[in-house]
Design a protein around this ligand. Structure first.
Ligand SMILES: [Zn+2]
Length: 225
């Protein structure tokens, strides 16, 4: 069994990578990272470091061109500012769409991963979406139904060869962080912040979500120590 892990260098996909290595052994795991023009390109450096740490093969792919029509605040090409409030606050403000969403990003990343998996005879794809109860409304391509539909499409479209798994899909951020003890993930080597500073900004939506997850586990994020 070989596994391809869609790997951003963030906390969730790092847990997925560690899980795949634990289950199938590092020789059977390949990490797939994308430069899609994200502002937080620091995560790509972290992704590289983590692949070295785990001694797993990494494929890096540049797909900036794909999102050139998107105005998502996540992209370098966008002049929309990144939000500085939590998801909960955004929902309270009745926001129907978040500026950090990138149109069908997970659908695209999974499709590319499937083509690579078929060519390299890889049986399974892992990706780190998780549903905090907010994903379905704010990130439509992060929910369980999306995962089920993509899994079916990919299984059929690959000639019954490739399956997709989202091992964290029903977990809360705090539960993902809890897995760290079992999987021994070096969270100090991961990067979640939307900015590229030396330390996490602690203000952006991604930082707030991460800090909250550590707090619920009575832990301090090692990046903030
Ligand atoms: Zn931040």
């Amino acid at each position: 069994m070989k596994v391809l892990v869609i790997f951003s260098g963030g906390l969730d996909s790092s847990v997925c990578l560690a899980k795949a290595i634990k289950e199938y052994g590092k020789k059977n795991v390949i990490a797939l990272s994308f430069d899609y023009g994200q502002k937080n390109s620091k995560e790509l450096l972290k992704a590289k470091e983590l692949c070295k740490y785990y001694n797993v093969e990494q494929i890096c792919m540049n797909i900036k061109e794909l999102f050139k029509y998107s105005s998502s605040s996540m992209l370098k090409s966008s002049n929309v500012e990144l939000p500085k409030i939590s998801y909960q606050e955004q929902l309270k403000n009745n926001i129907k769409e978040v500026s950090t969403n990138i149109a069908f990003r997970n659908g695209i990343l999974l499709s590319i991963a499937t083509s690579i998996a078929i060519s390299k005879k890889i049986d399974k794809i892992y990706y780190g979406i998780h549903n905090e109860g907010i994903a379905t409304t704010l990130y439509p391509d992060c929910c369980e139904n999306f995962n089920l539909a993509m899994n079916l499409a990919i299984y059929i479209g690959s000639g019954n060869k490739v399956k997709v798994e989202a091992p964290l899909v029903n977990m809360l951020k705090a539960e993902v962080i809890k897995l760290r003890i079992e999987l021994d993930v070096p969270f100090e080597k991961t990067w979640t912040c939307y900015e590229n500073k030396k330390k996490p900004c602690q203000r952006c939506t991604a930082c707030r979500d991460r800090i909250e997850g550590f707090k619920k586990n009575n832990l301090i994020d090692p990046l903030l120590k």
